[in-house]
Design a protein around this ligand. Structure first.
Ligand SMILES: NC(=O)c1ccc[n+]([C@@H]2O[C@H](COP(=O)([O-])OP(=O)(O)OC[C@H]3O[C@@H](n4cnc5c(N)ncnc54)[C@H](OP(=O)(O)O)[C@@H]3O)[C@@H](O)[C@H]2O)c1
Length: 309
């Protein structure tokens, strides 16, 4: 088959022939319709992701939409390295998760990973009516988190980020208020969250997370008001100096959502719900669809890329 192949962590994958995956242990050979380049896919392809031990040569792509031999169009993932979804074929374990009619394979392939990043934590933690702060709301996953918080019954959704145009888009997607990261962030958050913040969906970490934790102090709510902090992404920085006093001086409950921290049993329901919400346009995402054979020259484009073999 033809596939995108990572030969070294510093270069884009190359489109070339690669051995077909072996069909074993209940898997079937499915034709890939679309697979997206999420942040985690880039991170694995460049040898930086904590969950991956893949070594070149390998095919990247953690998930996608495939056509099973009997014709069903399903979302699938969990391929065994060196195989990934950025290929013509994938050995997947049926039944997969049905993609609703009317939802394109490209959108289905692109939306599950970033949307589950908020859908699952919101399902587990959101008390209806709560105030949710999305830190890093201008990215793909953050803007889906704004939409998901709205759909799942948040009372108030606050979008925080550094990009003013992106924050305006978040308001169009359902955010009640925005807070721009930078000098005036604490004041902006105080205006945006008069009743405090109950849940933070953090896609940034780094200095932005520290600024947000400090800004929680400036809110009108008492320091013992519980704020549940869910660490989901770290585009700003992978580490911060986290003083003990930061934890002791407020009622902050920190946990994470990512590979290894969630119960896989919750995934099929969440993915089915995300795909339904996408089919009904209650969750939306912008994607750029590209033929897989063009992967080497298009890999570094800033859009959320979806490759079609
Ligand atoms: N745990 C999970 O299940 C899960 C799932 C999906 C994604 N993630 C993680 O979530 C993060 C975001 O993913 P994504 O798909 O949304 O990526 P994305 O679409 O590339 O968005 C990242 C956004 O972060 C903003 N940004 C970058 N550096 C920043 C900084 N220093 N300060 C403030 N904002 C900054 C950028 O906004 P502007 O350029 O517009 O300012 C950009 O739009 C990544 O770390 C990813 O790995 C986790």
């Amino acid at each position: 088959m033809y596939a995108a192949v990572v030969h070294d962590f510093a270069s884009p994958p190359r489109y070339e022939e690669f051995p077909d995956p072996a069909v074993a242990d209940g898997t079937v050979l499915a034709r890939v319709e679309a697979s997206a380049v999420h942040q985690i896919v880039r991170s694995i392809a460049s040898g930086r992701h904590y969950s991956s031990a893949a070594r070149p040569p390998f095919v990247p792509g953690i998930d996608g939409v495939v056509r099973l031999p009997e014709g069903q169009r399903v979302y699938a993932g969990g391929l065994r390295p060196p195989y990934g979804m950025l290929a013509e074929f994938a050995a997947v374990r049926p039944p997969g998760i049905a993609v609703p009619d009317g939802l394109s394979s490209a959108v289905a392939a692109a939306i599950v990973n970033p949307a589950q990043s908020s859908w699952l934590p919101l399902t587990a933690n959101l008390v209806p009516g709560a105030t949710v702060l999305v830190l890093g709301a201008t990215g793909i996953a953050g803007s889906l988190a704004v939409q998901a918080a709205r759909l799942k019954g948040a009372g108030r959704v606050i979008a925080a980020g550094r990009n003013v145009a992106g924050l305006e888009r978040c308001q169009a997607l359902g955010a009640d208020a925005t807070a721009e990261l930078g000098e005036g962030f604490a004041d902006g958050l105080r205006r945006a969250a008069p009743d405090g913040v109950d849940l933070v969906l953090d896609y940034l970490w780094g200095p932005a997370a520290l600024a947000a934790i400090a800004a929680l102090d400036k809110l009108a709510t008492p320091s013992w008001h519980e704020t549940r902090w869910l660490q989901i992404g770290s585009v700003a920085s992978g580490s911060i100096q986290f003083d003990a006093a930061l934890v002791r001086s407020r009622n902050l409950r920190l946990s994470g959502h990512g590979v290894g921290s969630g119960d896989p049993a919750a995934w099929p329901t969440a993915i089915t719900e995300v795909l339904r919400a996408a089919a009904d346009s209650r969750l939306t995402i912008d994607v750029e669809t590209v033929p897989l054979r063009d992967i080497e020259r298009t890999w570094n484009r800033p859009a959320r890329l979806v490759y079609e073999p």
